[in-house]
Ligand binder design. Structure first.
Ligand SMILES: Cc1cc2nc3c(=O)[nH]c(=O)nc-3n(C[C@H](O)[C@H](O)[C@H](O)COP(=O)(O)O)c2cc1C
Length: 189
C-alpha cells in the first residue's frame, strides 16, 4: 500500500487490466475494517492502492494527478466506511474536485466512459437495518447508494455489484478475514 505519498500513475501493464483502489477514510490509523481491506489487496500486481486522506491532509487534491490516475486504470474502486448513510466527507470532496466537467461529464468529458466502478464499504449497522422493513433506516443499501449509481451513469461507468460488510463494529477477526479474502478474490478476477 502506498502511504502516505502518491502512487506512480504509470506502469508497463496495459490500462485495460489495471485497478485503482481509492481508499477514503478520515483517520486510517484508527480504522479496523478499511485498513484491513486495503492491506488485503495491496500486493496484487495489477492494483494501485491510493489513500486520499494522508496524501492530501489539507483537503485540496492535485486534480491533474488524480485524473491521470483515473485515466490510467480500467476499474475504479471506491473503498470507504459508511458515514451518515453516505460516503465520508473526504471522498465527497474528492468526487467534487476530481470529477470535473470536461473530464468526467459534459460533451467532451468522456475519460471515465467504459470503466467499471466498484464500491466497497462497511456499515456499523447490521444487515437487517438496511432492509426496507426496518423502522429506523427504512431504506436498503441499493436505495441509499442511488447517488453513486447516478454518478456512475452520468460519467459512463458501469456500476458493479457493491461489496458491503454490515455489522462492522462487532464483526469477528475470523469473519473479517473471510471478507478480506473475498475482496481480494474480487479484485483478482
Ligand atoms: C462519523 C460516522 C458516521 C457513521 N455513520 C454510520 C451510518 O450512517 N450507518 C452505519 O451503519 N454506520 C455508521 N457509522 C459506523 C461506520 O460505518 C463503521 O464504524 C465503519 O464502517 C468501520 O470501518 P473502519 O474500521 O474502517 O472505520 C459511522 C461512523 C462514523 C465515525
Amino acid at each position: 500500500m502506498t502511504r502516505p505519498g502518491l502512487p506512480s500513475a504509470t506502469s508497463a501493464r496495459p490500462a485495460s487490466s489495471r485497478t485503482l483502489v481509492v481508499v477514503a477514510h478520515p483517520d486510517l490509523a484508527s480504522s479496523r475494517i478499511t485498513a484491513r481491506l486495503a492491506e488485503a489487496v495491496s500486493d496484487l500486481a495489477h492494483v494501485t492502492v491510493h489513500e486520499i486522506g494522508p496524501a492530501y491532509p489539507d483537503g485540496r487534491f492535485d486534480i491533474a494527478r488524480e485524473q491521470l490516475l483515473l485515466r490510467d486504470h480500467d476499474r475504479i474502486v471506491w473503498q470507504f466506511p459508511w458515514h451518515w448513510y453516505s460516503v465520508p466527507a473526504v471522498l465527497k470532496a474528492w468526487i467534487d474536485q476530481v470529477l470535473t466537467h470536461g473530464f468526467a461529464y459534459g460533451a467532451s468529458g468522456t475519460e471515465l466512459r467504459g470503466k467499471t466502478l466498484q464500491l466497497v464499504t462497511s456499515t456499523g449497522g447490521p444487515a437487517e437495518s438496511y432492509a426496507s422493513v426496518d423502522p429506523t433506516s427504512r431504506f436498503t443499501m441499493t436505495q441509499l447508494l442511488a447517488p453513486l449509481d447516478a454518478t456512475a451513469r452520468l460519467t459512463g461507468m458501469r456500476l458493479a455489484e457493491p461489496l458491503v460488510l454490515h455489522g462492522a463494529r462487532t464483526v469477528s477477526d475470523e469473519n473479517l478475514a473471510v471478507h478480506a479474502k473475498r475482496y481480494r478474490e474480487l479484485l483478482d478476477s
